[in-house]
Write a protein that binds this ligand. Structure first.
Ligand SMILES: [Mn+2]
Length: 298
């Protein structure tokens, strides 16, 4: 028998549970999903034979309310671990572990370690870095290693990142290889020039009585946000990746989760996001090419 892990595809907090599962030596499958895929995936999954799984773990994803109606039938094998405010409606279910002060990976780690004893010095350091990265507290906590894993994730992509980090953790040795050191150095240089270039075209706007600095960018949303918050008189930063999503970042008491919610998103007080929907992209195309006609068949 095997386990099934379903987690978030987008970031280090979403993929790290895969690494933790590997450390247990259990036979398992995993599926990494983007937010907009969750509902369809579960509807399909719940129509298949789930008796092949001992355990089904869902991490760092908000499960839609309608899905819970069906998921309740499998509560002996399903466990959910999440930290999104938008998920709080499920907090009373005994197979759901929600805590907005943690991240998906830390919640899952505590549970998995209590059964399989995977903890060592490196896993503890690693898990803390994931949390500081995901909750955007690495700067105030001076957690350099959080920045390192963020860069490695960008450089390796998710599959290689999972393998490489698994090796580091299994060997209880987080020392970077010479190759990693070199790549990270190159990446920092590239990041610096990217950020400086992008903020040259920052837009400043007033939104719900707060001032925001907005840039269009495909990557380095955290680094760009930091730069904007450090160097401009704004309350929060908005990074628009028109092919992906919109990230909102703030510090201290500025609550961007509230703002994200108004526009159909969610997340955490200092780090939230909202989707760029297909309808928004269509509207954008129509602004770019006035008078064009969108053809629905590809
Ligand atoms: Mn997360």
């Amino acid at each position: 028998m095997k386990d099934l892990l379903i987690s978030h595809v987008k970031d280090v907090d979403g993929v790290s549970p895969v690494i933790l599962m590997k450390l247990t030596n259990r036979d398992f499958e995993y599926k990494l999903l983007d937010i907009y895929e969750v509902e369809d995936y579960f509807n399909e999954l719940l129509n298949t034979d789930l008796s092949i799984y001992d355990n089904i773990y869902v991490v760092d994803l908000t499960v839609p309310e309608a899905i819970y109606e069906k998921l309740d039938n499998y509560k002996d094998k399903v466990k959910v671990f999440d930290h999104h405010e938008s998920h709080m409606y499920a907090k009373d279910k005994d197979y759901v572990n929600l805590d907005i002060k943690e991240c998906g990976t830390t919640l899952f780690y505590k549970y998995i370690d209590s059964i399989y004893n995977i903890a060592n010095k490196s896993t503890d350091t690693y898990i803390n870095a994931v949390k500081d990265l995901d909750l955007w507290t690495y700067k105030e906590n001076n957690n350099e290693y959080a920045k390192t894993i963020s860069t490695l994730f960008i450089l390796y992509g998710k599959e290689i990142y999972i393998d490489e980090m698994y090796n580091h953790l299994k060997n209880n040795d987080l020392t970077l290889t010479e190759f990693e050191e070199k790549m990270i150095k190159l990446e920092y240089d590239r990041e610096k020039s990217y950020v400086e270039h992008k903020v040259e075209r920052m837009f400043k706007l007033k939104l719900h009585n707060l001032k925001a600095g907005l840039v269009f960018a495909e990557k380095y949303r955290n680094e760009l946000s930091e730069y904007i918050l450090d160097n401009f008189d704004v309350d929060f930063a908005i990074i628009v990746n028109s092919g992906g999503g919109i990230s909102l970042r703030s510090r201290d008491d500025i609550d961007v989760e509230k703002i994200a919610r108004i526009y159909g998103g969610g997340g955490h007080k200092n780090a939230s996001g909202l989707p760029v929907t297909i309808d928004m992209q269509k509207a954008f195309i129509k602004i770019l090419f006035e008078g064009c006609e969108l053809i629905e068949d590809k």
